[in-house]
Design a protein around this ligand. Structure first.
Ligand SMILES: [Zn+2]
Ligand SMILES: [Zn+2]
Length: 224
């Protein structure tokens, strides 16, 4: 699958050389300057299941202690608020695929921090991006989750595959849905490609990078 087919190399080069922070517009070698990373992606204790901020470092909040989860650890960069909401909107809806480089770099920092805090956390065997439907992929020209996964994989020296997880059906936009509605919206939306999944041991470890979608995808993979 050529996910970058609609993006020209020249577009990428211009964006890469522009030299301004995407948030504060100060001159910066990266799309996110060090000051903005420090201010907006400051580490804090969080529940490793639901990402809720906690007063001190604990593996899980009280609510999640009583629930069963299909994943072992949620790595969180920051709340979905300024400036991340705008950056992710640009990445997803404004054709700004090059922002995935900076966002993957912030995600990489969060993964590194999580592994330092919890030295039992295993390194993932494989990164699987949440797939888009064919119609949305055609409309957008790329899958933002794959853009993040491939940059993160390259940085951390991991394998990543965009073709092992399939989107079984199209789903409504999640933007205005609450948590329960999102869960219903994604029910049975993903399936592991049975022609390939068994060769990659998809029942094994994985790293969660995208909230409830990965939870749902993980449950559907385990259901095979
Ligand atoms: Zn900045
Ligand atoms: Zn929790």
């Amino acid at each position: 699958m050529s996910l970058l087919s609609s993006l020209s190399v020249a577009d990428y080069a211009v964006q890469a050389l522009a030299g301004r922070c995407e948030v504060c517009r100060s001159w910066s070698r990266d799309r996110l300057c060090t000051a903005c990373r420090t201010e907006f992606a400051a580490p804090m204790p969080r529940c490793r299941r639901c990402a809720l901020p906690l007063p001190r470092s604990e593996p899980s909040c009280g609510e999640c202690l009583r629930k069963a989860f299909s994943f072992t650890h949620c790595v969180t960069v920051a709340d979905y608020a300024h400036p991340w909401d705008r950056l992710i909107t640009r990445l997803k809806f404004n054709g700004r695929a090059e922002l995935a480089v900076a966002l993957a770099s912030v995600l990489d920092q969060a993964v590194t921090r999580a592994m330092l805090v919890d030295d039992t956390l295993p390194s993932p065997a494989l990164l699987l991006p949440v797939p888009l439907s064919e119609s949305r992929l055609c409309e957008r020209g790329y899958n933002q989750a794959w853009e993040l996964a491939r940059h993160l994989a390259r940085t951390r020296g991991l394998a990543a595959r965009p073709d092992l997880l399939l989107r079984w059906r199209d789903t409504a936009h999640q933007t205005h849905l609450n948590l329960a509605e999102r869960e219903r919206n994604l029910r049975q939306a993903f399936v592991a490609d049975p022609r390939r999944a068994h060769r990659h041991q998809l029942r094994g470890r994985e790293r969660r990078v995208d909230g409830g979608r990965a939870h749902r995808a993980r449950r559907d993979v385990r259901g095979l």
